[in-house]
Design a protein around this ligand. Structure first.
Ligand SMILES: N[C@@H](CCC(=O)N[C@@H](CS)C(=O)NCC(=O)O)C(=O)O
Length: 195
């Protein structure tokens, strides 16, 4: 049985949502990121972490790749062109969405006050606005990979949710409708049971 460390208020949503989509049972320990309670399970206290066979595995993207490969869903076979396309979306989202949001968070409340730079935020928001347009250009249908919902959509929706909370530039109608479609999935709704 999988155990997931973290709550869906942070990147842990990616893992819980993946498990719900795959219909795989799991336990959840909803500790706060970086907290002493989280460090009981995972050395750095970083979330999410996946605990399996007594071992702790970190990093949301590595975990959702592992789960989707292992349970044959939400992805494409390794070595296929679809896999290459999906991996391209995931790399794009990490570089152009996750990293901007993470740098903003570090400069808002994660880093000690002496190591926060307010002036970086307009730059991040400008880059983010550009990334929104680039994401829109990547669509092939209802989802990033056309008709097939994949882990790339889980990452994209999580980043769009995060951007709303961080008060980053708003998505346009196409992206708003896309996020709404993804959030309308039953597995997404089930994954929020801990909130
Ligand atoms: N690359 C990692 C980042 C993990 C991460 O930084 N998680 C945040 C919460 S979303 C955290 O645990 N922060 C607490 C800290 O940095 O001490 C992933 O995708 O899982």
């Amino acid at each position: 049985m999988y155990t997931v460390l973290g709550s869906t208020r942070n990147r842990t949503l990616r893992v819980i949502w993946t498990l719900e989509e795959l219909g795989v049972p799991y336990n959840q320990i909803a500790e706060m990121p970086g907290s002493r309670d989280a460090k009981v399970y995972s050395k750095t206290g970083k979330v999410p972490a996946l605990i399996l066979d007594g071992e702790v595995f970190t990093d949301s993207i590595a975990i959702i790749y592992f789960l989707s490969d292992r349970h044959n869903g939400l992805t494409f076979p390794t070595g296929s062109l679809d896999r290459l396309r999906m991996d391209g979306h995931i790399n794009f989202l990490l570089e152009e969405f996750d990293s901007l949001l993470w740098v903003a968070a570090k400069n808002s409340f994660i880093n000690p006050p002496a190591y926060r730079v307010e002036a970086v935020k307009p730059v991040l928001k400008w880059e983010f606005e550009r990334s929104l347009k680039r994401l829109e250009d990547r669509f092939q249908g209802d989802y990033l990979m056309g008709d097939t919902f994949t882990i790339a959509d889980i990452l994209a929706t999580h980043c769009l949710n995060w951007a709303i909370n961080a008060k980053f530039p708003e998505a346009n109608t196409t992206l708003k409708n896309y996020a709404k479609r993804c959030r309308g999935r039953q597995a997404y709704k089930r994954s929020l049971a801990d909130t």
